[in-house]
Design a protein around this ligand. Structure first.
Ligand code: PRX
Length: 649
């Protein structure tokens, strides 16, 4: 662990929204009297009917979380309408295409018209308040329009990342019984087409076998590639929009009416539909966006995430737009046409605030400094990191090479479930330590808990819990409240358990050490080991599988699979390749296994439980410290596994 300390930069202190004194004062208020604190800050959004109740939350019993519950508002009114008078002609979204010569600017006034028209198209198709609309899109402005159009009329969107397979899409359609889809003919990333419509067609067939009849598919023409067409179901986006009215009044939404569902992986079972609601989510996303990034009027802000993840929801679309910001949306990848793309885009659009993931930073660092140096980057003021622990080496490179020692780094820890940033530096207030997410945001009360559930004081290393609710918190697992209670509130009674391990140092700084459950974090993408295992065992030659993570230089974690084959099947390299393809087909390219080890037997306890601790150690090539193996039903399997390990150093 690096213990270097970087003082607050003079440039970050100047005109900062929050200096250290303010941070400490506000933080104290926010935890001493959350009701008063949030009563005040809830006013940052406009309400059609103001709230009189602020916080009504309970982390015990059936778990009920309500914020601003009698307030009435609409998210798009806050993200668009209220800006029109002052900033109608200001750019809301800068879109940078995959092709470096293609871009587009959309003003707030244009955004208003696009969103209203699309909302009217949805209405015409029979979409009503509370209906689920699935968005399976490339990174094009229409993805943001679709999210906002849903919010305009009170439909609940479920964005599914464009890299997910038809099977994964089908599972999500069926889980929330979504019968309306917005997609594109194809996506384009790094010059390569992604068959979104074809995947959608396949997913619809899979869903139909499970009893779900998708009614309409609205298709954006992005590449003009050849696609199949079902005339009674499919609609061209551009044709429908051309016929739609440009005005659509925002639907009145109660603060606790659902805004969106976003599926995320857990340690067991299928991905969960994380449900976020209207008022608290928007207040929290907007407030964190403003203070964490020290966003000032006129700044150009770029978050490189995909709208298929929560980072894209809160920090490309909702947070920035609620603040009247200019947000950049990028269709491409960091290494196309070459490894200098990010920095070229920074120069081209004069980006001031740049937010990306450690995996990208590590990959770009590996490509050498010339790609960075060829761009001036003089517009940059602040750098952000999210999604996984950032190793001090990558942090230092980001700080010294990319930011040339003049941009603060905000290493932001949060989760799909938290809705917004939870532990983070504030650039004008917080001294930085490379690799530490530093201190809690306002209203966030982290606790480190030992395995027995005892809260640990002072410097300690434990499991990270949050002691009380904050407005951006998820409200439930869509359609499965018991799973919500079980997953997050049953391990440590009365606390929200994050699933992360964490160390707190003597200065009260938090250092996230990674997941302590069976969740992998591969290139900042969350994956359940159980999902990869079930994809593997669905192959007819596989009888059993166990999946663990191991440290990977670029991805953070790599996917290591132990596979037991059906009797009589030979474990060849061809079969390895076939299994890799199979998992990609079942889940998507993000789940591509890095290593497959054929294992005639897995280490199990006498009751049949797989001892993952041992498998993790072997995958890490660290089998000298396997610990106690005497409880295994057959301790002999371990030697064979070590012998055939795939990560021999
Ligand atoms: O393990 C933590 C890691 O990512 C997990 C949440 O993943 P997801 O819901 O996909 O959201 C990612 C983007 C918010 C966390 O449980 N994680 C996220 N940010 C950090 C992090 N780990 C360390 N440092 C971070 N800054």
């Amino acid at each position: 662990m690096s213990e270097k300390i970087y003082p607050v930069l003079p440039s970050a202190k100047k005109n900062t929204l929050i200096d250290d004194e303010t941070y400490l004062e506000w933080y104290r208020k926010s935890v001493d009297d959350p009701e008063a604190f949030w009563a005040e800050h809830g006013k940052r959004i406009d309400w059609f009917r103001p709230y009189t109740k602020v916080k009504n939350t309970s982390f015990t019993g059936d778990i009920s979380i309500k914020w601003f519950e009698d307030g009435v508002t609409n998210v798009t009114y806050n993200c668009i309408d209220r800006h029109l008078e002052k900033r109608g002609d200001q750019v809301a979204i800068i879109w940078e295409g995959d092709n470096p010569y293609i871009d587009k600017k959309i003003t707030y006034r244009e955004l208003y018209a696009e969103v209203c028209r699309l909302a009217n198209v949805l209405k015409k198709q029979g979409v009503q308040k509370g209906d689920r609309v699935t968005i399976y899109m490339p990174m094009i402005p229409e993805a943001a329009y679709a999210m906002l159009a849903c919010a305009r009329i009170g439909a609940i969107h479920s964005v599914v990342f464009g890299g997910f397979s038809p099977d994964a899409l089908a599972g999500r359609l069926v889980d929330c019984q979504s019968t309306f889809i917005v997609t594109a003919d194809e996506g384009l990333r790094g010059g390569k087409p992604i068959p979104l419509k074809e995947n959608t067609d396949t997913a619809i067939d899979i869903a139909a076998k499970q009893g779900l009849q998708v009614k309409s598919v609205l298709v954006v023409r992005r590449t003009g590639g050849k696609i199949a067409w079902a005339p009674d179901r499919d609609l061209w986006y551009h044709q429908e929009i051309a016929r739609a009215e440009p005005e659509c009044p925002p639907t009145e939404m109660k603060a606790e009416d659902p805004l969106f569902i976003l599926y995320t992986s857990g340690s067991t079972g299928k991905p969960k539909g994380v449900l976020h609601t209207t008022g608290g989510y928007l207040v929290y996303a907007a407030m964190t966006h403003e203070y964490v990034f020290d966003y000032r009027d006129g700044d150009i802000y770029w978050c490189t995430a995909d709208v298929g993840w929560v980072t894209g929801h809160s920090y490309i679309v909702y947070g920035p737009l609620a603040n009247g910001a200019t947000t950049l949306m990028f269709e491409g990848v960091p290494n196309y046409p070459d490894y200098g793309r990010f920095w070229d885009v920074v120069d081209k659009h004069k980006v001031n605030i740049f937010y990306t993931a450690p995996t990208a930073i590590r990959a770009l660092m590996g490509a050498g400094n010339d790609f960075v140096k060829r761009a001036s980057r003089e517009s940059l003021r602040l750098l952000g990191s999210v999604g996984e622990p950032i190793n001090p080496e990558a942090w230092e490179w980001y700080y010294h090479v990319v930011g040339e020692d003049r941009c603060a780094i905000v290493d932001t820890w949060w989760q799909t479930e938290t809705g917004g940033i939870m532990i983070t530096p504030l650039p004008g207030a917080t001294k930085l330590k490379p690799g530490s997410a530093t201190r809690p945001f306002f209203g966030v009360q982290p606790e480190l808990v030992d395995p027995e559930g005892k809260v640990m004081e002072g410097s300690a290393n434990g499991n990270l819990c949050i002691a009380d609710s904050w407005p951006g918190q998820m409200r439930t697992v869509y359609g499965d409240h018991p799973r919500f209670v079980e997953t997050y509130f049953s391990t440590y009674k009365g606390k929200y358990f994050t699933g992360d391990g964490c160390r707190r140092d003597e200065d009260g700084y938090y250092w996230i050490t990674g997941r302590v459950d069976d969740v992998l974090n591969v290139s900042g993408h969350r994956l359940g080991t159980a999902e990869v295992e079930s994809a593997l065992v669905s192959h007819h030659f596989v009888s059993e599988a166990a999946v663990v993570g191991y440290p990977h230089n670029i991805k953070g974690q790599g996917i290591y699979c132990y596979v037991t084959l059906m009797a009589g099947t030979e474990g060849t390299d061809d079969l390895r390749k076939e299994l890799v393809t199979h998992v990609r087909k079942e889940i998507g390219p993000i789940a591509t296994p890095d290593k497959i080890q054929f294992a005639p037997g897995l280490p199990k306890t006498r009751s049949g439980k797989i001892m993952r601790r041992i498998l993790r150690k072997i995958a890490e090539d660290d089998f000298g410290s396997l610990g106690d193996t005497s409880t295994l039903a057959d301790p002999g399997v371990v030697d064979g596994l070590i012998e055939n390990r795939q990560n021999k150093q």
